[in-house]
Design a protein around this ligand. Structure first.
Ligand code: HPA
Length: 236
């Protein structure tokens, strides 16, 4: 059954979906890494594809920017398209001194300033967390590849253009690795649906010093992250 945002049929998605904010990155992954590719969504340009990687069926799709957007798509994938595992392949702004542009971050948990979780009526503060079985596999792949990576918490914020860096500095002081805009929502939707999720993030910039990659590099030079996510998907 097609949903308002995903024009696919039941069975069009694999059990594991890689998702990036930019739908063109999803297209890049489908065209460069998958075989037997079928386009399964084009609504609002949020391109989605299903194909095979090393013989295993895998899907890849965009999720847009921010928690409202990722939560619409991931809710529908988990609840209406029988998807079990979602691996976000995104970008983040580093907060810690020892983290450089292009390093990979595996998000164990995600702090947030979003009100998304208020709908659940949970007493206290819910702690959105990665699925350990996927996290462990993905971190092992990064270690085997010898890439620079960090494993820890991120800050999922609704604010990209912030008047002040103070809010990031406080999270930095509490050991948070990076800021991005979707992971807490993804992890909450996974918990709510009883499914699995992981965010792998490539550092695109540093919030406290100049250390940027270009938009072209964002789209095309994220090879390590993409391959780690695909190799992890094959094992799920
Ligand atoms: N803020 C939020 N999300 C981001 C950033 C940032 O500075 N950089 C990359 N994703």
């Amino acid at each position: 059954m097609a949903t308002p945002h995903i024009g696919a049929e039941p069975g069009d998605f694999a059990k594991t979906v890689l998702m990036s904010g930019d739908p063109l990155r999803a297209k890049f992954v489908a065209e460069n890494y998958l075989t037997d590719v079928k386009c399964v969504n084009e609504i609002r340009g949020m391109l989605g594809y299903t194909g095979k990687y090393e013989g295993k069926e895998v899907s890849v799709m965009g999720h847009g920017m921010g928690i409202p957007s990722i939560c619409i798509y991931t809710y529908e994938l988990y609840n209406f398209f029988d998807v079990d595992n979602i691996i976000r392949i995104g970008t983040a702004g580093a907060l810690q001194d020892n983290i450089r542009a292009r390093d990979l971050i595996f998000a164990v948990g995600a702090h947030y300033d979003s009100t998304y979780g208020q709908q659940y009526g949970l007493v206290g503060c819910f702690c959105p967390t990665a699925s350990y079985s996927i996290l462990e596999r993905a971190v092992n792949k990064a270690r085997e590849r010898g890439v620079r990576y960090h494993v820890g918490n991120v800050f999922s914020t609704d604010i990209f253009y912030s008047d002040t860096l103070d809010r990031y500095a406080r999270y930095r002081d509490f050991g948070t690795l990076a800021a991005e805009m979707e992971t807490s929502g993804l992890y909450m939707n996974a918990a709510d649906a009883g499914k699995n999720a992981l965010s792998i993030l490539s550092v695109s910039d540093h919030l406290f010093r100049k250390d940027n990659i270009t938009p072209e590099e964002r789209q095309t030079t994220l090879t390590d992250m993409i391959e780690i996510a695909l190799q992890t998907a094959v094992e799920l």
